[in-house]
Every structure is written in structure tokens, then in C-alpha cells.
Design a protein around this ligand. Structure first.
Ligand SMILES: NC(=O)c1ccc[n+]([C@@H]2O[C@H](COP(=O)([O-])OP(=O)(O)OC[C@H]3O[C@@H](n4cnc5c(N)ncnc54)[C@H](O)[C@@H]3O)[C@@H](O)[C@H]2O)c1
Length: 337
């Protein structure tokens, strides 16, 4: 064992996926797994067959007994504040699952704590680590002559069962953060204000609002519109949404699965007419959580801030909470990180 020592917190469905990602990363050794239901952590260790991994029921105890180099927090959103704060106060870096915290107030306190303790806190936005999205971003940045309008459509019909079908705002709280964060990533802009309406179609099998329409004003005058539903049967989009970006020289499309493409006015041509441009191949450090883990490890080794660093990620979280407030009040509201 010679890699960075990692402790996982949370042994649910996503925790197990993280277990595999940590185990597959040659720069990291999984030394401990924490879950308040210890039995779950024992079962997860056994299923992973990763050799000797200690099990604890409390993150504080794991920090003391295992001295990890970092913690991956895959606990439930309501526990993110407590788990992350405990680690940062002991100067142990944290790579946390989204959302950063259950409320904006808690998220702001964690960002402050990361500063006070000079300890890295990153939220893994795994959907950023997608070669298609990176290529779409490259097309938008280099071929459109700027971007003034961006649309994302997310239409799917999953039957999850469990908490998502019971919570108040499943689409906005549990899923839309990925799309909102991707909009910031693709355009390099931040949200200033939002008008949003969330609602639950009559045929929905969710208790809370499973559909939403939101329009964000972003920095630089860009408008980003989002339309989504978790109870939309037929013509489903990819989990990464279907995208269109429009700029003065043309438009770029990405269906969230294949290769992005643009139609732009050819170089030097002033009359209307568009030429098709294929997306360039863009290298990423790994796909999904493997990518965010690789980026985090690089950050620990080099000191360079990775994507999802908390000062940046809180701006994506703020888009979610502002959209919720707009829908509740019926007003356009400012997006304040
Ligand atoms: N990025 C993605 O694509 C994606 C997908 C699914 C879930 N997630 C996120 O991953 C996190 C976990 O989701 P899940 O589906 O695995 O949930 P889950 O409910 O299946 O598992 C969560 C686990 O955390 C444990 N836990 C709760 N409080 C704890 C605490 N204080 N200390 C230690 N363990 C604690 C629970 O006992 C449970 O075993 C959530 O934040 C969720 O939003 C992200």
C-alpha cells in the first residue's frame, strides 16, 4: 500500500459505486468505510472484496483511528454538513457527493470552514467528466463567436421508488444541479437571476414537483433555459440532457450521448449559410466519478484547484435554491452564492 489513504462515508447505492472507483484508482488505497448503519459498510466491504478495510459507525472515530489523507463523503445530503465539517476541522480534505449541503446556509458555512482550516473541499459533479460535454464546451468556446443563448432539455421517466418519489422537489433538488452546473461549465458564466416554475403533471407518480421550467440570466447577458421532467414517457433525452447553444456565427448541438456538432458561418464569410463542424476530441482525466477522483488526487498532489472546488460549486447549488424560491414566490429572484 503506497497510495493516498482514503476513507469512504456512506455505504448506500452511490457509496458502493464510489467504493469501486476508489478501488480502481492506483493512486488511492481504501483504508476505511463509515456508515451509521455499520452492517451496510461491512456488506459493502465484502462485496468489493478489497482486502482489509476497517469499518466504523462514525466519521470522527475513523479520522482518529485511520488517519486518512482524505475522505469521500457519500452520505445522505442531510449529513453532508456534519461529515464535512468534522473532517475540515481536523484538516482532512473532503471530496463530497452533490449536493454540497442540504441548505445554502450550511453550504456557506462549509466554504468558510474550508478557508479557515486551509483544507480542500470539493464537490464531485461527476457529469462534468464526460468527453462529449467537454467537446461541446470546446465547440461553444471556439466556433460560435461567443454564446448568447443556451437551452437544456431533460426528459426522462424513471421509477426510482424510495425517497425521490416522496420528496418535495425531486427534479430540481436531486437532478437539476447537474444540468445547471454543466451550463456554467460549458459557458464559463455564472447565474445572476432566475424565473422558475416547478409543477407536478397530473399523471406524475411523484409526490413532489417532477417537472420544471427555468430561465436564468447569466453573466455577459447569456440566457440559459432549462426544461425538465422526471415523468416524461417517450423520446427520452440522455441523462446528460439535450443541448443547443447559439452565438453570432452559428449554433452547436449536443444530444447528451453522441458527438456534438455545430453549424457555423465559414471563416471570413459574411453572407448567410452554414458549414457543419464536427466536435474535436477532448481528453478528460476519467469518466464520471473516476474523473472527479483523479482530479481530486491531482489537486492534493499539486495544489492546483480542481473542478468542483467548493468556492466554485456553491454557485451551482445557489442556482437550485434560487430556482426553488422563484417557483415558490412566483417572482424572478437573484442567484446569491
Ligand atoms: N452524482 C450522482 O450521479 C449521484 C447519484 C446518486 C446519488 N448521489 C448522491 O450520493 C449521496 C448518497 O446517495 P445514495 O443514493 O447512495 O443514498 P443512500 O440512502 O442509498 O445511502 C446513504 C448512506 O449514508 C449513510 N449515512 C447517513 N448519514 C450518515 C452519517 N452521518 N455518517 C455515515 N453514514 C451516513 C446511510 O446509512 C446510507 O447507508 C447523496 O448525496 C446523493 O445525492 C449522486
Amino acid at each position: 500500500m503506497s497510495g493516498l489513504r482514503a476513507v469512504l462515508v456512506g455505504a448506500g447505492a452511490m457509496g458502493r459505486a464510489w467504493g469501486r472507483a476508489v478501488n480502481d484508482n492506483p493512486d488511492v488505497d481504501l483504508v476505511g468505510w463509515v456508515d451509521v448503519v455499520e452492517e451496510r459498510a461491512h456488506e459493502a466491504v465484502e462485496a468489493l472484496a478489497a482486502g482489509s478495510v476497517a469499518v466504523e459507525g462514525d466519521v470522527g472515530a475513523a479520522l482518529t483511528s485511520l488517519s486518512p489523507d482524505f475522505v469521500v463523503d457519500v452520505s445522505v445530503p442531510e449529513a453532508h454538513y456534519e461529515v464535512t465539517a468534522t473532517c475540515l476541522q481536523k484538516a482532512v480534505p473532503v471530496l463530497g457527493e452533490k449536493p454540497m449541503a442540504a441548505t445554502m446556509e450550511e453550504a456557506r458555512q462549509l466554504v468558510e470552514l474550508s478557508e479557515q482550516c486551509s483544507t480542500l473541499f470539493v464537490v464531485s459533479q461527476n457529469r462534468r467528466y464526460n468527453a462529449g460535454l467537454a467537446a461541446f464546451r470546446e465547440l461553444v468556446a471556439t466556433r460560435l463567436g461567443g454564446v448568447g443563448q443556451l437551452n437544456a432539455e431533460f426528459y426522462r421517466a424513471p421509477h426510482f421508488g424510495g425517497f425521490r418519489e416522496e420528496m418535495e422537489s425531486p427534479l430540481l433538488l436531486d437532478m437539476a444541479i447537474h444540468t445547471f452546473d454543466a451550463a456554467r461549465y460549458v459557458t464559463g458564466t455564472d447565474a445572476l437571476s432566475v424565473a422558475c416554475s416547478e409543477f407536478n403533471p397530473p399523471w406524475s407518480w411523484y409526490r413532489g414537483a417532477a417537472s420544471a421550467v427555468a430561465e436564468f440570466e447569466m453573466t455577459g447577458g447569456l440566457r440559459f433555459s432549462y426544461q425538465g421532467s422526471w415523468c416524461a414517457e417517450g423520446f427520452e433525452t440522455s441523462w446528460d440532457s439535450a443541448w443547443r447553444a447559439v452565438g453570432p456565427l452559428g449554433s452547436a448541438l449536443w444530444d447528451g450521448a453522441g458527438d456534438p456538432v455545430a453549424e457555423v458561418r465559414p471563416d471570413g464569410c459574411t453572407s448567410p449559410g452554414a458549414a457543419r463542424v464536427e466536435a474535436p476530441a477532448v481528453a478528460i482525466p476519467g469518466r464520471g466519478i473516476a474523473g472527479s477522483l483523479a482530479d481530486f488526487v491531482r489537486a492534493l498532489r499539486t495544489g492546483e484547484a480542481p473542478m468542483g472546488e467548493c468556492h466554485d460549486n456553491i454557485r451551482s447549488l445557489a442556482m437550485v435554491f434560487a430556482a426553488l424560491e422563484s417557483s415558490r414566490t412566483g417572482q424572478r429572484v437573484a442567484v446569491d452564492a
